[in-house]
Design a protein around this ligand. Sequence first.
Ligand code: AHR
Length: 713
Amino acid sequence: MRNGLGASAAVMVMAVAGVLGGAAFGAEPGTVTVQVDKPAHAISPTLYGLMTEEINHAYDGGLYAELIQNRTFQDPVIPARGGGRGRGRGQGNAGGANGQAPAGPAMVGEGEHAVPKMPLHWSEVSSAGAKGEIQADVNEHVNETGLPVSLRVDIQEVPAGGRVGVANEGYWGIPVRPNTTYMANFYAKAGQGFSGPVTVDIETTDGKAVATGTAPGVTGEWKKYTVELKTGGDVQATKDARFVISGASKGTLWLSDVSLFPPTYKDRANGDRIDISKLLAEMDPSFLRFPGGNYLEGETPETRFNWMKMIGPVEDRPGHMGTWSYRSSDGFGLDEFLGWCEDLHMMPVLAVYAGYSLRGQHITGDDLKPYVQEALDEIEYVSGDASTKWGAMRAKNGYPKPFDLKYVEIGNEDQFDGRRGGTNTYDERFTAFYDAIKAKYPNLQCIATTPVKSRKPDVVDDHYYQQAQEMWAMSRLYDKKDRSGPKVFVGEWATREGSPTPDMNAALGDAAFLTGLERNSDIVVMSCYAPLFVNVSDISNPNQAARSMEWSTDLIGYDALSSYGSPAYYVQKMFIHNKGDEVLPVTVDVPGTEGGVLPAPPAAEGRGPARGRPRSEGGVFVEASNDQATNEVILKVVNAQAAAQTLKIDLEGTKGVEEKGTIETLQGEPTDVNTIAEPEKIAPRTEGLSVSGTTFTREFPAHSVSVLRVKVK
Ligand code: AHR
């Protein structure tokens, strides 16, 4: 994460402040002149994409449609931690206010293999008169890699029609919908005379079963069972439900890999949630940057994104401790990132682990060689044809066609290497990866995560997380950027106002910033908002390790049942759908502003950026492009002021315009947000636009983002 403006931009806005400070803004009309016949440059076709990682329950409890939390019974106890944004959970700092670690649950197994005796997110279920004992079993397992722990259910008493088993709470509930088919999959094994059947139920938390199925014939050998569960038409949609798996006869029942899937997007096996996928598909993103973010780096090299352990059958994947306070099942692994690219027609932008992890370890010299090879193999897995070793493996895992890989990012935020003392080793590490990648794949574009001297990267990835006030000024960030250097990928960025999802003021900051990216898309080749997702179910739990959110201000929010896009989501959509082909030069003249941008208040010495202006007072930001197929001029106007702004728009260099155009507007109060309860409180509205000639006047409401499309002759 990089904070603050580049030095030259900061100097520029300060100088303007000296001249213009104190003016009243937004009342006087302004003019916008567009040079329709003098396109400046083409707009990068890959300007807008997606980025996320396993954070805020983005995959487990998010996009990944699996409904059972801790299906392999391996989730560890994470020490309770309070406080704000954090990372590095699982590294001590346990305990309450007095520093004493609270007594944890009873454990089974030893050392790092110890797991809670009653697995997290599971609880015992016994009907009246039934008696049983339930515990994780580290000695009885289906396999040692992915399923080293089973759940042992000893049923001692069970009256006719009764049951003993376990319930899973899901990811803050199990979503129930009418007329829906769910697939339960699990391994089971019987002992001590257990004769079955095994029953699976989805039941509402008041104990009413809404879907039931049974697996007969459980034997003394581990075997996989699939049970279909169907809800009826009269069932009410709710997330207040749980999943129960139980036995109805005396004896011992072992369970492993207990999974429940609802229907998935495009019916993909081990696939994605439909509602969230639809929100993404409606954005029409051109690429996906994956797998992170900090999630790529891991707290240590051992907990990096180790792609080889995240391919093939899910039951063989060990899972690992992520960087954002919870264990990742890795059911959403490299294969699933590829499936996601396929489903949404996105170009993969693959980030490879480059020998630096968050606790400060860096790997150099000969020790780096295996990691370079790991990256080369990963590239082959993604893009090699079936005649290559790893390409053949990918084909075996369900993806026969190689993926069209153009960009590989080497590491993540490597400017932080050395910040805990010692030297920054990125130059050396980047060189090792760059040389090996270019030798084998000369056409691949290598992205550096911070500037390097030893090689000229094709692209450098810039990250910005700022308040709206900074983002407004940063709309000019790339205007004067040296065009002879590497291209730019703004691989993580967001206006961080609003929690869990951005508010309207943040959307205004985003929109202004995007006008700058688009205007400079001769050098800014890609951009992606981050993070993309947040599970909003439990964002304020005082125990950080138990929260559903680690990072506030995320584009899309959801709980187990529903999802919504924030105002910033709609800004992304508006910009992506109206990207255009070429940038058209624009001159903005609004009294009291510098080309539309309001002067920033002077920064208070020794403190962060001054907060001298009210929220949503950033000025007017305009960007123009053309759509060559439809012969339209596309004008994006962001009015980040508390008053409406009248603009006379002059389309120069065109013979005439068609009278009927369209205007799409997103508008709201700065603090307005969308929520599960009000998912579209702030959403764009499209209406017809009557244009009298090549010059026309329009009033743009306060706190609004507008996209005008006008056909020219
Ligand atoms: O997007 C959240 C985090 O911000 C990413 O993991 C990291 O790259 C950045 O610091």
